[in-house]
Design a protein around this ligand. Structure first.
Ligand code: GUN
Length: 281
């Protein structure tokens, strides 16, 4: 089975569109997302545009704040504080990566946790760790929705997560643990990576290396979630998985593009609506 993230995301966006029409009738305004983009990284620009398109599709307000590559950390943080204090802004997202002279941790910490729709602020990370309600990072949240949609109950299952980033690996491991999975976190230093991966019921790949994982890494009944967005030798978009090699020897797999990616944007919209509600209680 190919897990169609575009389709699942579309269904959720249709619901969000209805919900926002309802919000429009009930409140004086609709939810608003502000995305800050520092510099002109080509991939980041594409991601930011797609986020804006997503907002427009569901009828939400959005704005992109573009700042020069040479912007100082303090000027960026001042902008964030201004948005923190703006009543009509519900979600603030600073597109990563940031230029090298800016400390990412300090910037993410400057976003008020109630508007942190990325779920990257230490308060939200702590809440996720503790199993408390919080804004959950979008890519991991999207993967959990995908597993739910295909009827995968994680109780007792072995989930192997390859990649230990703060954005994907660590939070998705925590979410799987909350669903009673047995979770293994693997990474570049893991010994016997093939064997570890092969033993997974659910294999989550988030390393950012084009087509690194072929059928030798994948068990027959495995569900494979591919978080990679890479370019192959022909400059074609591809995941961390060698899709053609794996698709016929697993239970289910997400394609790239059209898998995890579209779910991430949908969850960002959902988080912005959640932030709106919790700020308008
Ligand atoms: N860059 C790549 N992925 C992400 C993400 O999920 N959030 C932000 N803010 N930047 C990113």
């Amino acid at each position: 089975m190919i897990i169609d993230g575009k389709f699942i995301g579309q269904e959720i966006k249709a619901d969000l569109k209805n919900e926002i029409s309802h919000i429009r009738e009930t409140y004086t305004r609709v939810p608003k997302l502000v995305v800050i983009l520092v510099g002109d990284n080509q991939a980041s620009m594409t991601y930011v545009k797609n986020k804006e398109k997503g907002c427009q599709y569901v009828g939400m307000d959005s704005a992109i704040v573009r700042m020069d590559e040479t912007t100082s950390e303090s000027v960026l943080i001042e902008k964030i504080v201004e948005l923190n204090n703006q009543e009509d802004v519900d979600g603030i997202l600073v597109q990563l990566p940031l230029p090298k002279h800016i400390n990412e941790d300090l910037v993410l910490e400057a976003i008020v946790p109630s508007k942190d729709v990325d779920g990257f602020h230490p308060d939200n990370v702590a809440k996720l760790f503790l199993g408390m309600d919080s804004l959950v990072p979008c890519t991991p949240k999207g993967m959990m929705v995908m597993l739910d949609t295909i009827g995968c109950d994680l109780t007792g299952k072995h989930v192997v997560v390859v990649g230990r980033s703060n954005i994907v690996g660590k939070p998705v491991a925590m979410l799987c643990l909350q669903k009673n999975a047995t979770v293994t976190m693997a990474h570049s230093k893991t010994k016997n990576l093939k064997e570890v991966c092969k033993s997974a019921d659910v294999l989550i790949l988030a390393v950012g290396r084009a087509k690194m994982f072929n059928h030798e890494y994948v068990g027959q009944n495995a569900i494979v979630l591919d978080v990679g967005i890479n370019r192959d030798e022909n400059n074609k978009l591809c995941g961390d998985v060698d899709f053609d090699d794996v698709v016929d020897c697993c239970q289910a797999i997400t394609p790239v593009p059209g898998g995890v990616g579209p779910m991430t944007i949908t969850m960002l919209l959902k988080n912005t609506v959640e932030a709106f509600y919790s700020r308008n209680k």
